[in-house]
Design a protein around this ligand. Sequence first.
Ligand SMILES: Nc1ncnc2c1ncn2[C@@H]1O[C@H](COP(=O)(O)OP(=O)(O)OP(=O)(O)O)[C@@H](O)[C@H]1O
Ligand SMILES: [Mg+2]
Length: 280
Amino acid sequence: MEPREYVREHRFEEPATLSQRQEHSNNEPSDVVIETRGLTIGFSQKTVLSNVGLSFPRGSITALIGPSGSGKTTFLRSLNRLNDDVKGFRHSGDVLFNSESIWASKTDVLSLRRRVGMLFQRANPFPMSIEQNVIAGVKAHNIAKKSQLKKIAQSRLEEVGLWKAVEHRLHDSPFRLSGGQQQLLCLARALAIGPDVLLLDEPTSALDPMSIEAVENLILGLSPAITFIVVTHNLAQARRISHSTAFFFEGELKEYGPTKQVFEEPSQPETQRYVSGRLG
Ligand SMILES: Nc1ncnc2c1ncn2[C@@H]1O[C@H](COP(=O)(O)OP(=O)(O)OP(=O)(O)O)[C@@H](O)[C@H]1O
Ligand SMILES: [Mg+2]
């Protein structure tokens, strides 16, 4: 079955409101992989996110949309503690991963990041060969035998549709690949360590339409095994791939609901202006 058809047939039950979703999550925490509660984030004096409560059902694809500077990247980076080392970082509220606070003293940040992976807007291959890039995380986390590494590299490169293009240059530098291919390589690297959740920050903004379609199909195909949270300025993309959409505005979560509802019957005037292209 084509990934897009799969999504159409397996659409998630979509609670109408955030409060319903939260009630739902309280009853069945195992259905929610990540949840933020009253999450406020600032850097020194500046408050960047205020009181954001969102939950992400396991296996779902959620789009985060909103104007530049509304806090989407900050929110995404907070989910696997990438903001923690930023100068002046402060937070209140909480982020729960599998019902446990990510800031609990027993949380191991590296294993959190193994399970909650991230792909950035700009592809960031490591300065090592194409093959070594794919298995870098696998080696760092020691999650496969040495004899399995080549096979893992090949199957992940096949999975992202890059194998044919790179099979004869596995030992070359990744920096001669096109921008789109570099992003697919980073996706292969992220997938190789078997994440539960992938955070994608404008993953296709630098890609051509063919590569965009490839990445979207991949996301659709990997869901529901992986939960995706995708920041995008491409509203058509949000509509194509996501079950739910969260609209951020000036550091607040203005609106959240099933994607169709957010785009077709938004409840907030700012959302209406944004999704109709009159804002941001
Ligand atoms: N380290 C930091 N120190 C101070 N302010 C910061 C820091 N990081 C982000 N900000 C501010 O937080 C606000 C939100 O930034 P963020 O990058 O999260 O927005 P965004 O919604 O991802 O925007 P875009 O769509 O342009 O990527 C901005 O005003 C930004 O300047
Ligand atoms: Mg951003």
